[in-house]
Design a protein around this ligand. Structure first.
Ligand SMILES: *Cc1c(COP(=O)(O)O)cnc(C)c1O
Length: 389
């Protein structure tokens, strides 16, 4: 018998579409997939070279510290100083993670007791809500609406909910909507968190994936942020390192300490050679990220221009490698996803997989080569013609 907590997990919305993808592949259909948000390009060479070198050092073959090597934490602090002008104490305000997903899930076990409430954006990265539920907490949904620029309306959270809330999850640049947030919003978040004694968890996975001179800020740049929360960071997206599993949490010292204490009881940190390799990425982040974003810019323009030619009216996102778009008239998220798979052999992600407020949308990930993007767009145009809403 499975534990009751497993029954609290929401139904897996992609199961039906994944079955259809399997079937299409078995039939030998050539599939163009805009589905998965996982970089297609390789990890940059200097990072791989560092891993190879450090993998040969026996000192790295033993258990690492679960909070990360001090050198790694220093490199994260140096990056924050350089990139955001934010000062961090590497000993007390930085903890390494086995990918930021690990920390985002585990922070719930640090602060959520059964019956507690977390404020969770919808649509959003599913781990915020799932981590909440596994810790016995309850999710209060913060709708991310297009008319609000996909920012949550904190003033709309009922007083009694805010009083009971433990954690507030936010994520900008945002997966799946591609929305970005500025200083004004982060200031509102700090005020709100202070008023209700809520811990802010900002997921900054896409802080380096941005376009047209726009440079996303860190939540910690806002005065008072370090007293109310932490920021999760990841090497996965800026350096094409999703398979390597390395990230961090930085910010409020007692929260960083609590997460580190939990981790020291659960895991033994990330392989030191991977930490050394990640440090090389951080040290060279300026150029590496510039090169990567130049590639994503061309892909983004191709997709948005292509869809707009078909009748969409999309603005180019300023961050992330996702395009978030409404489904045409006569469809919902699921039926449109199935339609384009069956008619075009094209995979898109149904918006309702990211929550109820994602219904009516779909997400395209531009983590595929330009010629596949062209092919995908050609098939969509051929089958859909001009779309209406
Ligand atoms: C990809 C992603 C992450 C994290 O990735 P890790 O590989 O676990 O560091 C976190 N949040 C969002 C919104 C993401 O899309």
């Amino acid at each position: 018998m499975e534990a009751t907590r497993m029954k609290k997990l929401p139904p897996y919305l992609f199961a039906r579409i994944e079955k259809k993808i399997e079937e299409a592949k078995e039939k030998g259909v050539d599939i163009v997939s805009f589905g998965i948000g996982d970089p297609d390009l390789p990890t940059p060479d200097p990072i791989i070279a560092e891993l190879c070198k450090e993998a040969r050092n026996p000192a790295n073959h033993q258990y690492p510290s679960s909070v990360g090597m001090l050198d790694f934490r220093r490199e994260v602090a140096a990056y924050y100083q350089r990139r955001f002008n934010v000062e961090l104490d590497p000993r007390s305000e930085v903890v390494s993670l086995i990918g930021s997903k690990e920390g985002i899930a585990h922070i719930n076990f640090c602060y959520v007791d059964p019956g507690d409430i977390n404020l969770v954006p919808d649509p959003g990265y599913p781990v915020y809500g799932i981590g909440t539920l596994l810790a016995g907490g309850e999710v209060y949904v913060l709708p991310l609406l297009e008319k609000n620029g996909f920012l949550p309306d904190l003033a709309a959270v009922p007083e009694e909910v805010a009083q009971k809330a433990k954690l507030l999850f936010i994520n900008y640049p945002n997966n799946p909507t591609g929305a970005v947030a500025g200083k004004e919003f982060f200031e509102q978040v700090v005020d709100f968190a202070k008023r209700y004694n809520i811990i802010v968890c900002h997921d900054s996975a896409y802080t380096e994936i941005a376009y047209d001179e726009y440079r996303p800020m860190s939540f910690l740049e806002v005065p008072g942020a370090k007293e109310v929360g932490i920021e999760f960071g990841s090497l996965s997206k800026p350096f094409n390192m999703t398979g390597w599993r390395i990230g961090w949490a930085v910010g409020r010292a007692d929260v960083v300490e609590c997460l580190g204490r939990l981790k020291s009881n659960l895991d033994s940190g990330q392989f030191q050679a991977i930490q050394y390799a990640g440090m090389v990425g951080l040290r060279h982040s300026g150029q590496l990220v510039k090169d990567l974003c130049a590639i994503y810019t061309r892909r983004r323009d191709m997709v948005v221009d292509g869809l707009n030619r078909m009748g969409w009216n999309l603005k180019k996102p300023q961050g992330t490698f996702y395009i978030w778009a409404p489904v045409p008239k006569g469809f919902d998220s699921a039926s449109f996803t199935e339609y384009v798979l069956e008619k075009c052999g094209v995979i898109i992600t149904p918006g309702n997989g990211y929550g109820q407020y994602g219904e009516g949308y779909f997400r395209l990930s531009i983590t595929i080569p330009e010629e596949r993007i062209m092919e995908g767009l050609r098939r969509l145009e051929e089958n859909l013609g001009k779309v209406e809403f």
